[in-house]
Design a protein around this ligand. Structure first.
Ligand SMILES: NC(=O)c1ccc[n+]([C@@H]2O[C@H](COP(=O)([O-])OP(=O)(O)OC[C@H]3O[C@@H](n4cnc5c(N)ncnc54)[C@H](O)[C@@H]3O)[C@@H](O)[C@H]2O)c1
Ligand SMILES: O=C(O)[C@H](O)COP(=O)(O)O
Length: 389
């Protein structure tokens, strides 16, 4: 029986992928084999010795100590693209909100008093304050052309906008999915200088933290609309408020409320609802649960942010040995020697590396003795060893 600890509200459709005769799933489990979570912060969590996998039912993994997990040989899985449509739709809504001053106009309409005729008179007299702009012919700058950025860029093209995008590590898949005519920028600065609306779709990392700061905002076009549905830390909120107060920026719409932004007329800060649709929550939970289940049951790895992708169909009915280790010389030799010294044959094996990590799946003709497994665990450079019967 595998034990899966849940943090946050994980969609039941995802949890249903873990058959209860083989998986105990609860938010109360003490010695979990795996964790399924959304935005819960794991940085201060005391990682139990039993933990073998982490499944993020979402895209961003900045709430998870990925490096510390790697050092323990624990793969972290996420759900790439599973909530991209939900975020795209909210980003489009944000762009319309900003272009047509919908939030201040609505707030004004709620202050109207008197009978219908009086309210109508005030509305007609004041509506010029909320004059907006239309999107065709305007330029949208997209920073980060992954699952969400590509969706947003393509939707903006369909709305008649010019689109300029920046992503120095764009994948072949994203490049294929991108509409023709999206202009390639070579820097964030180039995007800022060219765009009327800038939208951010990068992960929060050491490289992207504080990406949109005072000097970048100063170099942006007059009247910039900035959209941030990526992460709070990517934008310096105080610099945004200063640019709005100086009249250089038109508005900021984001998914991350903060004390600095609170109450500002030109800011709409939503409570991190980018992925909060039933569809996205289900998609993410199903994907993360499937990945974690597959790993626990077979050792195969799909959509991990720290481990290589590795899928080996089971060969034979003997034990399957999985080893996560430092990506240094002679590890594979030591693994196969240990099996050979036990007098066992390797039916099939697959080894892949990613950065400082390597991972092997070894199908054995027979049953691995416990002392061989223990010796492997003690081998220098070995991070995690599992035997799947
Ligand atoms: N508001 C929400 O609820 C919500 C929902 C989903 C995702 N997100 C955030 O959005 C981020 C992006 O999600 P995604 O699904 O598109 O991820 P993704 O991994 O598909 O795409 C991210 C892209 O950013 C690019 N990138 C990385 N560093 C960059 C840099 N310095 N400059 C330009 N591009 C850079 C990568 O190459 C990649 O193509 C997530 O990491 C998460 O933080 C927020
Ligand atoms: O990175 C993500 O996928 C989003 O920020 C969604 O977070 P949530 O699962 O807490 O809604």
């Amino acid at each position: 029986m595998f034990k899966v600890l849940t943090f946050n509200n994980i969609s039941a459709r995802g949890l249903d992928r873990l058959p209860r005769e083989r998986f105990e799933v609860s938010s109360e489990i003490q010695q979990p084999d795996a964790v399924l979570l959304r935005s819960a912060k794991l940085h201060d969590w005391a990682v139990p010795e039993t933990l073998k996998a982490v499944g993020r039912a979402g895209a961003g993994v900045n709430n998870i100590p990925v490096e510390a997990m790697s050092e323990r040989g624990i793969p972290v899985f996420n759900a790439p693209g599973a909530n991209a449509n939900a975020v795209k739709e909210l980003v489009l809504a944000a762009m319309f909100l900003a272009a047509r001053n919908i939030c201040p106009a609505w707030a004004f309409a709620q202050t109207l008093e008197g009978d219908d005729a009086a309210m109508n008179k005030q509305a007609e007299a004041e509506k010029k304050r909320f004059t907006g702009f239309e999107l065709p012919g305007r330029t949208l700058g997209v920073v980060g052309l992954g699952a969400i950025g590509v969706n947003v860029a393509n939707a903006a093209k369909a709305l008649g906008m010019n689109v300029i995008g920046y992503d120095p590590q764009i994948t072949v898949r994203s490049a294929w999915n991108l509409e023709a005519g999206v202009r390639r920028a070579h820097s964030v600065d180039e995007v800022m200088a060219a765009a009327d609306v800038v939208t951010l779709h990068v992960p929060e990392t050491d490289d992207t933290r504080g990406m949109i700061n005072g000097s970048r905002l100063a170099a942006a076009r007059e009247g910039l609309v900035l959209l941030n549905f990526a992460r709070a830390g990517i934008v310096d909120d105080n610099a945004v408020v200063a640019a709005l107060d100086a009249g250089r920026m038109r508005s900021y719409v984001c998914d991350f409320p903060s004390a600095a932004l609170k109450g500002h007329d030109a800011v709409v800060a939503l409570p991190h609802i980018g992925a909060s649709t039933n569809e996205a929550q289900e998609n993410c939970a199903i994907m993360a649960a499937d990945e974690v289940r597959d790993f626990l049951e077979t050792g195969n790895i799909m959509n991990s942010v720290n481990f290589p992708e590795l899928v080996l169909p089971r060969n034979g009915s003997g034990d399957r040995l999985t080893v996560a280790n430092a990506n240094v010389p002679n590890m594979l030799g030591q693994i196969s020697s240990a099996v050979a010294e036990a007098g066992l044959n390797i039916a099939d094996m697959y080894n892949k590396s990613r950065g400082d990590l390597a991972y092997s799946v070894v199908d054995i003709d027979g049953k691995l003795p416990g002392d061989v497994v223990e010796r492997l665990r003690q081998t220098e450079g070995v991070l995690a060893v599992r035997v799947i019967e």
